[in-house]
Write a new protein. Structure first.
Length: 213
């Protein structure tokens, strides 16, 4: 099974992808995580993408597709995409890649959350510097302020979760990613879930949608 999670930055894709990939034994593909890791390791790719990430702009399609194909070629589990595709060009690239492997996308799940809510969530998001676990200072704070419950490392505000960059990311979503809703709606395996509820409730809803024949 191959699944795509769609939605605004901050709509809960990363949180849901972590839960679902474990539950369904799928490979969680987060292009944002891949780029952040490369950035942290200061690799050549990391240096190439740094400017885009820090400004809240999209990494060019060609580069994103190259990176993905080189990383996913040998993976045998089903793929659960979080943060990819983000443009119609990327979606077309993914379609032809799957076709060349005799595979297809089984479900596209759109996590529907208002723009006001995602802006609020992004401002309150904290990410663990050790294990990457995501917190929210309002709705899901850690037990001890600024310390990860899971690994004890300090939490941070991602550079692109800072106020000036948040508005740019929302604009980029509206302009370049939102057209994917129409693209995938036309494909037949498109589902929508209300992403404004608690992570547990959303996970339950998405699991139920995926169980549908
Ligand atoms: P995310 O963690 O998914 O919000 O991604 C963080 C940043 O990584 C984005 O703001 C982009 O700069 C870059 N990025 C992640 N995924 C993609 C993608 N599929 N296409 C282009 N840029 C991406």
């Amino acid at each position: 099974m191959n699944i795509i999670l769609l939605g605004y930055p901050g709509s809960g894709k990363g949180t849901q992808a972590k839960v679902l990939s474990q539950k369904l034994n799928m490979f969680h593909v987060s292009t944002g995580d891949i780029f952040r890791e490369e950035l942290a390791k200061k690799t050549q790719l990391g240096q190439e993408v740094a400017g885009y990430l820090n400004a809240g702009r999209l990494v060019p399609d060609k580069l994103v597709l190259e990176v993905l194909k080189s990383r996913l070629g040998a993976e045998t589990r089903g793929l659960l995409f979080d943060g990819f595709p983000r443009t119609v060009e990327q979606a077309e690239g993914l379609d032809s890649w799957f076709m060349s492997r005799g595979q297809a996308i089984d479900a596209v799940v759109f996590l529907n959350v208002t723009e006001e809510e995602v802006a609020r969530r992004l401002g309150a998001r904290r990410t663990c510097t050790g294990c990457g676990r995501i917190y929210n200072t309002i709705s899901a704070p850690p037990a001890k302020e600024n310390v990860c419950d899971a690994c004890g490392k300090p939490l941070m505000v991602r550079d692109d979760d800072k106020p000036a960059v948040i508005e740019r990311r929302l604009q980029v979503y509206r302009d370049q990613t939102e057209p994917l809703l129409a693209y995938y709606r036309a494909s037949g395996s498109f589902y929508e879930a209300d992403g404004s509820q608690s992570p547990e409730a959303v996970a339950e809803k998405v699991s139920a949608l995926l169980r549908k024949p």
